[in-house]
Design a protein around this ligand. Structure first.
Ligand code: NAD
Length: 467
């Protein structure tokens, strides 16, 4: 049994879930396998109707589920409402766009007749993290189910409760609980045809290797160490500064696409730091996620708190940010900080901190800033801030990142139509947009060359077509 505590009040048990061993995983995959043919064979319209019913069943429970998510994850209540609302909006987006993206194409022309179908894989295994558990399950389930797959989800043991409620409302979704062992049993199951993973580097490598050993294709959404690049002409209003502060400190910095390194022109560094600290004072209130006005809760575990404190304590000068309310001794709270005076080799710069601390890095030239921003093994997201949008887009094209935000960063810059995913070691495959739907189908074709159709010119046996 996994007993889930509230990270803001660690003596409070929020709920518990049973751990699935290998036989539990096998049973779940077999149930998903048994359902997949009928589900895929039915009309797309019927699948979309079932998904819309799922959304309609979840929507009236938004408040109740948001409280559950806040209590199990430590994320502020408004964020939890936002997360579930965005997940439902994305589900509806998929319902709207799936017919166009998944349509059969049947072309008959001078080259012959070519029918192209988007065929579902079968059973999709979804292994998901705790930090946005509802969204990150939905980015897999909505396109996978619409395309005619069935699914087995293994959520993180650190936030298994809300996502269980969401999964139960959707058609043909099985859920299995546990840690790495359960995850391994799932991704190596011979009836699993596709693996969808979101999480960190170590688990990503283990899962990628395990899926690879079965020749099961995978989509990998891994960690990031996102640079936010303030170009020399940046012109931030107080609201822009607040948005930039929350781009780092939302979910206590535990977001894959959080702004994790701030590159600021040296001659404007003091002006930037003062405005940033002032914005944090206005917008950042640390406390219990259920307290009104709180914008930053605890981190997820004692281990995470220790890791972040150690990272911050190593080097540089930490400037504490924001205000606090309530009893912070009751949970895993970490004081948010802006850290100055760090060399590029500092661990807070080179590693994904995944916590409420961000380094301010000063640069002299734009070229130098770009080179330093790109000097990372990770390439998930990034941002460029400039008074000149053209210039920002030009720089965006030179950043080694899968998603570059312009004049914003993190969740305020997301769109269901924009494919999201990393370059370099931040992963492969995409979520959202057309690509996010195509991730869950394989293209199959039926083809009759014109030469052999009625009235065709024929072709010598064994010849290549002349193009
Ligand atoms: P994690 O990698 O520790 O765990 C993710 C999931 O994998 C969990 O369900 C976990 O139980 C499972 N798991 C762990 N080891 C496994 C193994 N060896 N075999 C099978 N399953 C295993 O990640 P986390 O702490 O939950 O989330 C934090 C990480 O996720 C950060 O690195 C963050 O950047 C990343 N992340 C990426 C995205 C993205 O879209 N790219 C989004 C959110 C989070």
């Amino acid at each position: 049994m996994i007993a889930k505590e509230n990270p803001a009040r660690i003596t409070e048990l929020v709920g518990s879930v049973p751990v699935a061993g290998a036989s539990g995983v096998d049973a779940a995959v077999r149930r998903a396998e048994a359902a997949r043919r009928d589900w895929a064979a039915g009309p797309l319209a019927a699948r979309i109707a079932a998904l819309r019913d799922g959304a309609a069943a979840i929507a009236p429970r938004l408040d109740e589920l948001a409280v559950l998510l806040a209590r199990e994850s430590g994320k502020p209540l408004a964020d939890c409402r936002g997360e579930i609302g965005f997940a439902l909006a994305y589900l509806r987006w998929v319902c709207e766009h799936a017919p166009g993206v998944l349509a059969v194409s049947d072309v008959a022309d001078g080259s012959g007749r070519l029918v192209t179908r988007r065929r579902p894989y079968g059973v999709v295994a979804c292994v998901t993290p705790w930090n946005a558990p509802v969204i990150l399950a939905m980015t897999k389930l909505a396109p996978a189910l619409a395309a005619g797959n069935t699914a087995v989800v293994k959520p993180s043991p650190l936030a298994p409760l809300t996502v269980s409620e969401i999964a139960a409302a959707l058609p043909h979704v099985e859920i299995v609980h546990g840690g790495a062992e359960t995850g391994q049993a799932l991704v190596t199951h011979p009836l699993v045809r596709k693996v969808a993973f979101t999480g960190g580097d170590a688990a990503g490598r283990a899962i990628g290797a395990a899926a690879g050993s079965m020749l099961t294709p995978s989509v990998m959404e891994l960690g990031g160490n996102d640079p936010a690049l303030l170009l020399p002409d940046f012109a931030l209003t107080p609201e822009d500064y607040e948005r930039l502060v929350m781009a780092t400190f939302a979910t206590s910095g535990q977001v894959c696409m959080a702004a994790k390194r701030l590159y600021v022109p040296r001659r404007r560094a003091a002006e930037f730091a003062a405005a940033y600290v002032a914005a944090a004072e206005r917008i950042l209130l640390v406390g219990d996620p259920l307290t009104a006005g709180v914008s930053m809760g605890p981190v997820i575990s004692a281990q995470a708190a220790d890791r972040i404190r150690e990272l911050v304590g190593q080097d540089g000068t930490a400037v504490p940010l924001g205000r606090a309310t309530g009893d912070l001794g009751a949970g895993y709270f970490v004081t948010p900080a802006l850290v100055t005076g760090l060399p590029d080799s500092a661990a807070l710069v080179t590693a994904e901190q995944f916590g409420p601390a961000v380094p301010l890095l000063e640069y002299d030239t734009e070229e130098e800033a770009l080179a330093r921003a790109n000097a990372s093994e990770l390439g998930l997201a990034a941002s460029v801030w400039s008074a000149d949008e053209e210039r920002a887009f030009a720089v965006a094209g030179r950043l080694e990142a899968g998603f570059v935000f312009v004049n914003t960063h993190n969740r305020t810059g997301m769109s269901p139509r924009a494919p999201f995913g990393g370059v370099k070691r931040s992963g492969y495959g995409r979520e959202y947009g057309e690509e996010g739907l195509l991730e869950y189908v394989q293209t199959t074709v039926a083809h009759a060359p014109a030469a052999f159709r009625p009235g065709g010119s024929g072709m010598a046996a064994g010849a290549y077509p002349e193009l």
